[in-house]
Design a protein around this ligand. Sequence first.
Ligand SMILES: [Zn+2]
Length: 387
Amino acid sequence: MRRFSADLVYTLEGEPIPRGIVITDDHGKILQITQEQVAFDPAIERYEGVIVPGFINVHCHLELSHMKGQIPEKTGLIPFIKSVVKTRGATEEQVLEAMQQADEEMWNNGIVAVGDISNQTISAPIKAKSKIKYHTFIEMLGLDAGKAAEVLSQAVQKKAAFQTPTSITVHAPYSVSIELVHHLKAYCKGIDNKIAWHNQECIEEDELYKTRSGQFLQFYEDLGIDATTFASKSKSTLQALLPFMPKKQHILLVHNTYTCLKDVYFTKRFEKPVFWCFCPKANLYIEDKLPPFDFFKHSELLKTIGTDSLASNNTLSILEEMKVLQQHIPDMSLTELLKWACINGAKYLGYDADLGSIAIGKTPGLNLLQRLQNEKIGESTTVKKLI
Ligand SMILES: [Zn+2]
């Protein structure tokens, strides 16, 4: 049994508890949450700072970890994708070693669960052995409508390689045919299949969908991809695709850099469980632009945080993402920001019975945040994994 105490305990189940004590068993399962009223008890591990639940990283690409520092910054999404395609060649050993390091980095940074996008199966053994709880999204790409069934069947085959939970998803509006989206919807019938897709990460994808114009047309031509099936839809990518997504599955919209208020209202017309994921450091790395937090910050929308991959980030740390968010949303409270970082992500991944908040019976992991500034995350705030 262990007892942890700090200046404040943020359980995310109620108000923060001053001088709270969290009692766990030897495996980190929460047995009791109480407040320190008695005199000094040597069995309590006391810390300066605040205790918070383990972090949930809902968006990562472990298999791109070997690209750290290799892709030029702030070029925009299309040049970024071209660079990733060019740089993807590395030996299996290099890829495996980088993924192993990335997995350890996330664990040490207090991350207890990860939603990870995979195009291949190379990350499967690392995830099976990891202390982190992974959910793998096997990602489908394909603009050729005639090959949609084949792309789906390849994705289904890849599931077998993973011993940890998986689901099948599509990559982004500019890399899939509507037929592939229809196939995904049909596949989802009667099963649990969480979906995560890159939404409105660059302005060009909306240009492509709204007016069939912009840089993507040249991009397809350069790659020899036939994009003649793309018709002008007079709608943003989100408005064009969401209606064709399955009704009952959790849907994660990742990035949302160019999402407008009208798009957000549009999502409310559907009774679909939509979650929003923000990866601010990757947005700054790729596009040098952040999503419009103004209408997200105090809404009831379910907001979560991702790190994206080391191809577009120099850290895999939810705390570092929170620093950018806090800096750009100064009036957001620590409790609110922690909901993005912990419980909302756990809900999306379906891990909230065990993770995401400090409650009796859960094993959420405990992080100690130190050097806060006025009870908020500041530039010098640190995270230490307690359990
Ligand atoms: Zn991504």
